[in-house]
Design a protein around this ligand. Structure first.
Ligand code: ZN
Length: 121
């Protein structure tokens, strides 16, 4: 006398008579999509040495620790250059307003703090 069993009609697994197969249950391990790493944008504020004109533009680089160190170094060597970073989402939403503030003749650390969500490197 063998153990009575039946086959799951979906996956063919052998099951005890009263067992329900778990092949159609949602997977326990399904997790919400992985959290996206925060995407950062670096913004350069550059004062033209000859004309005094101020340009504010995003840099086309992927921000990581090395890039940040390089930009800090570059800003130290070139007083006409200042670098800031913020999330790309924030830049997309408030880029125009932030550009307006950074284009002012003087931008203190306090001014930057007041913008919020942006850090000078
Ligand atoms: Zn099954």
């Amino acid at each position: 006398m063998g153990t009575p069993f039946r086959k799951c009609p979906d996956c063919g697994a052998h099951l005890d008579a009263n067992e329900t197969c778990d092949c159609r249950k949602p997977k326990q391990e399904e997790r919400p999509a992985a959290v996206q790493p925060m995407k950062l944008v670096a913004i350069c504020r550059e004062v033209d040495r000859d004309t005094g004109r101020i340009a504010v533009y995003p840099l086309n680089v992927k921000i990581d620790g090395n890039v940040i160190t390089q930009l800090q170094f570059r800003a130290k060597l070139n007083p006409e250059l200042r670098y800031f970073t913020l999330t790309s989402g924030r830049w997309e939403r408030y880029g125009d307003a932030i550009t307006g503030i950074l284009k002012r003749r003087t931008v203190s650390r306090a001014d930057v703090d007041r913008i919020g969500g942006i850090v000078e490197l």
